[in-house]
Design a protein around this ligand. Sequence first.
Ligand code: IMP
Ligand code: MG
Length: 174
Amino acid sequence: MSNDIERILFTEEQIQARIREVASAIEERYAGKEIKLIGVLKGSVFFLTALARALSLPVKLDFLAISSFSSKSGLPGVVRIAKDLDEPIEGEDVLLVEDIVDTGFTTRYLLQNLAGRNPNSIAICTLLDRTTQRIAAVPVEFRCFEIDDRFIIGFGLDYKQLYRNLGYLAVMKP
Ligand code: IMP
Ligand code: MG
């Protein structure tokens, strides 16, 4: 285990079990429909693929990438789409899949941007939800885990682009 890891928060087994539960809730909500999962590169890729594998509904995938400037850079909540979706989402039932909703700025921007493309419906599904840091209110319909203020790595979440490939979620050393 890396020196940067303080402790494991959720094991691979716990994550997979929770993803199956969330997938069941999604299947119930979208019964008889086809859904489009939209992943935000790169953090949500590991969660999105695991979720897609757990769903028995017909699923389409698309991805976008963003550049965001954290409050540390002095520009809170400035988000820009660096790579857009490949396909339109008009008339589709869309699930925006996130690694983590923290302040909510990124998710709120994406939600507004995507809602403007006339999908039939749009909802947020996130692996992690840190509600204590929320500044921009966003409706999180599906979430796997609520977490506190500690910095998390693994299962797609990075520290300086590293640790995304960890199979578990871990708390980083301060
Ligand atoms: P928001 O706009 O503040 O909600 O920012 C969400 C983004 O911040 C995520 O997509 C992550 O890239 C990053 N982030 C926030 N908290 C963490 C964390 O604990 N670990 C890794 N990345 C994080
Ligand atoms: Mg990141």
